[in-house]
Ligand binder design. Sequence first.
Ligand code: CUA
Length: 395
Amino acid sequence: MSGEPNIESRRRFQDWHHILAMCSVMVAISGGLAYFFLSVNLIPNPASAERMLIDRFVRILFAIAGAFFGVILTVFTYALLFFRAQPGDESDARPIRGNTILEIIWTAIPLIIVILLSFHAGKILDQMMVTDPHHGTTHTVYSLGAFVPGREAPAPVPQKELQVDVVASRFIWRFGYPEQGIESSYELVVPVDRRIVFRIRSQDVIHSFWVQEWGPKQDAVPGLSPVLRITPLKTGQYSVICSQLCGFGHTAMTAPVRVVTAEEFDEWVQEKRPAEQKGPAQGTASAATSASTSPPPGTHVMIDLMAQNNSFDQNTITVPAGVMVMISFDNRDKGVPHNFAVYRTPEAREQIFAGQIIVGPRRITYSFMAPETPGSYFFRCDVHPKTLTGTFVVK
Ligand code: CUA
């Protein structure tokens, strides 16, 4: 009898050892997992303030899930290692018949987490959609820009939102800039660090506007004109992708996107305005750049290029260095926009010439000066930068 308290206290001491050891492992694994998920970029190439907000929320979700996974994994593994039945031990474990406090705790904790997360998600949605109540369409981007790692937040100057009308139809995207007087462009060009309001419409079936690096998607539903607000934070080239199955041309329903500086955007607007206002009714119109259509003989070359069934009829074009190149471009794809553009390399960072995009069937003559440096350059259709490509050789 006298030895019993001794055994009891020794067992308690051992229990404490186990609890302490298990908790240490638990803190290390859960903390490690939470830290890992908070710091890792799960989805590559974020390029808009809205995407940053969503990504951060996803990281918090994964960190919480990771911490819980660590707790469960540790208890399970610890029990397997240290409390398994000894060989020959046929006895049952001590039965547990319900534990009200424990049940309340494990119901309350997830409930509180879910409620807090839903409030946080609501706040993010609000940040993504809300406009400044006093200025109507202005928005301050400084709080959003602060999420780009290694970059200073833009100056806290409220900027007017830029309105872009998106019109989806099978299987083309068109972009209008009502404030800039640009009615329709097949390329989406937007300035960096400024909030864009996309008003999205469809002329036929349901499509969906999505730029992967920008995050949110928005369906284009006939009869409705939903709005999507995006603040691009990185210059570069992207793609609008239709993410709603809309027919046989769905996979080809993409449009080129360029995020440029505010100055470059103004230049583009100036260039675009007169060319686009001529409209597509001109038939065999010349591009705005072909002011001198009859240069002195010997200094220019004429090249026929055809786009049909979503491919060019030639994949190599050879011209002498420094001459004026005239491309007689024949787009035979009915209802499909194409153009001809030359770049320094297949990465298409350095543009040498980009012709106006025309919807087939239509012909156009582009003219531009060939590079002075002989070499192998790259040409493509900007609307189909992956499939309509070729080599532009300068000799
Ligand atoms: Cu439009 Cu898919």
